[in-house]
Design a protein around this ligand. Sequence first.
Ligand code: BGC
Length: 887
Amino acid sequence: MVDRLHVLDLRCEYKKNPVGIDERKPRLSWKLASRRRGVTQTAYRIQVSAEPSFQNPVWDTGRRESDRSLHVEYEGTELVSGTRYYFRVKVWDDAGRESDWSETAFWETALLSAGDWSARWIAAPGDESKDDRCDYFRKSFTVQGEIVQARIYATALGLYRLYVNGRPADDTLFAPGWTSYNRRLQYQTYDVTALLAPGENVIGAVLGNGWYKGPLSWDLITDVYGDRRALLLQLHVTYRDGTQARWVSDSSWRCAKGPLLYSEIYHGDTYDARLEQPGWNRPGFAAGADWRPVAVVEPAVGALVAQENDPARIVKELRPIGIIRTPGGDTVIDMGQNMVGWVRFTVREAEGTAIRLQHAEVLDREGNFYTGNLRKARQTVTYICRGGGPETYEPFFSFQGFRYVKVEGVTGELSPDDFVGCVIHTDMEPTGTFRCSDELVNKLYENIVWGQRGNFLDVPTDCPQRDERLGWTGDAQVFIRTAAFQFQVAPFFEKWLRDLAADQRPDGCVPHVVPSLEAAGFGSSAWGDAAVICPWTLYECYGDTRVLERQYPSMKAWVEYIRSQGEEECLWNTGFHYGDWLGLDGKPDNSVGATPKDLIATAFYARSAEIVARSADLLGYREDAEAYAELHRRVVEAFRREFVTPNGRLASPTQTAYALALMFDLLEERHRPRAAKMLAELIEANDTHLTTGFVGTPYLCFALSRFGYADLALRLVLQRDYPSWLYPVTQGATTVWEHWDGIKPDGSFWDEIMNSFNHYAYGSIGDWLYRRLAGLDADASAAGYRRIRVHPFMDGAISSAEASLASMYGTIRVGWNREDDGAARLDAVIPPNTTAVVILPGADPETVRERGRRLEDCEGVRSVSVSEDGVTVEVGSGEYEFVFVKK
Ligand code: BGC
């Protein structure tokens, strides 16, 4: 069969055919496909045109000699608002072959300038826009003929849902998302062409408080951004004859109160179906209701920006696994999985019957419904029946973190068929898979994925159930690399990082939660370092330099903030820090581990200064690159003076201190092997158990495997007794817990003041499972998996593992297994336009074969070298199957 070179999977700003992009220089990426090994791109040509025929391209690069296939910035004529731009790509490869044009892809611009907006903000009159009862808006208008294109651009102060002629404008939930509203407010673009028809049409909207003004945090602070809900909307229509029409929110709109009496993120919904007007059809916005004039208002809002991350949606639906009658007499549905979203339920009851659903994560040791750990979050949905037949409800602006649902008010037996668990999160593309020979580890991996599903609902949250659900910077920082394996998270984090920068104080100090809530405070080390570590991680995983460029002022400001603290320029030993949060080696009944806070703060100071130096270097900021490299050198020196003995021991010998010192290269080279040995001894002396908290945990196994103790790292991962990653799994966990012992071996709980069963921080071990156990890693020399490093750990109690990652270049796969007699197999799939270093650990060079051939005779193999570690093979793209015997 003739092998052809193809270009496929075209992306604009990471997305497939996105509608509503306001980047003036969007970036285009594509993948290559070819069965030939070792394929690289040598040239490309891009055409962009406002017509699918490409008759008059607005950009044609011609043939450009370049191996670049990611993030090529648009450089054509200035883009026009509300326009669809088609693009296609062809490439040439290293064998001189030319591909055909790719299939055509497109992106559509949103509203590129403030002048595109003519809508007015509208609100319910007077205090009606300030109370807790949701608002309904309505606009009826006449469409004059056949429509070829219709778009709604809309946003709200609060949360909104849009309907066109009674049907949802699309499946987006929790719009406009959570940003630092007084600085940046996202609007959404809806393609409503198919929902409109000639004649009378009705746009309806429902508005709730949401993050804008509903209760937030443990103090249930309200009106954080403002006290009045409001809506802004424009409908742009193009008729078949090319004429255009526009309807915008203004004084001609009407508003009403309706059946949605209450809908708050922490507390749930109250819906009285008896208040639906005939023909409302949830909500049909029929003319008969008590519609009154709206108020036109002029709220203070930040810049309007087009939706940046993927929308939140119902991504999965779960069916109950059982219905329980608890010893306390409650009827409780078990979803079988700690999940985030809501329950869609159907009931058949008499008019006025109140149905109540209460949501909880766990049952207590007696098997009773338990809500203690939710603190003040009520997580309760109340539905009052209209009567007369099956009625189905699902919430509007609340989400619940739960596995168990207590149901009250239903007469007769409950049927599991009437309850659907709707899993809601930002609809990121799944990118990773992992499996190994140990089923408990596989379950742990699944739990880590569920931790991300549950906590990536528009912002990265600490937990999704109690009165918190905030964008804790520290948690995001420790989990981001794992997150980037499991899902495509670039747009998600790029949005969040913009809010981080927007909420940073003028002195560079970073809030503890983003979007910021003053009450949550500012400035802890390891939390604030999210400003630097997160953009850098996106660069490493996606080869994205624009995020570094955009965030650079924020990254630098954070390091300068640290530098200005206290009297010692290169030590950070002042201020408030969370320390090794929830570490186990601290004082009894204390939430902070034993590692000194100034050691952690100075270690992260060094790490952040180093990243800023490297980013400056990449971006061509010469002076900064040198200045921060020098600062980094001096901070490392100060660290050694303050925290390391002359012979290289850490003065405060904790697991976290050693892990940080080793992973951030803070020790003199000659001292590192000994330090690693001491770390290993600390763990062994603790009966192979960790003591690390949020700060040390992500680095612990990496530090061990980097310095020759991978076997111990794996034994830690396989440890089943508390404290360990698998302990919760043995207790039936379906998500990752906040505490190593959220539920104790005797079935009792950790203090209910702070005991989330869906906290992703310790899920950061996912990164190690991918990179060290399965061995699917990026080589630091070329970001975005342009150069791949395959280096599994094949020697411990795990006999096989496999992982895959849909990288920007294509899917990378690694799989291996090992027999007791030392026979081993390692498969690797390396995408076109990348190369890989494949290490066959402990391989006897004489025995290595790739599909039966010796390495010297293999297509795609570029070099082979033998060392103590085994055989290292450098390869180009292709599918490889190595077999060998381990020495
Ligand atoms: C959150 C965390 C967070 C921490 C700060 C907690 O309440 O749930 O995950 O990082 O506070 O230490």
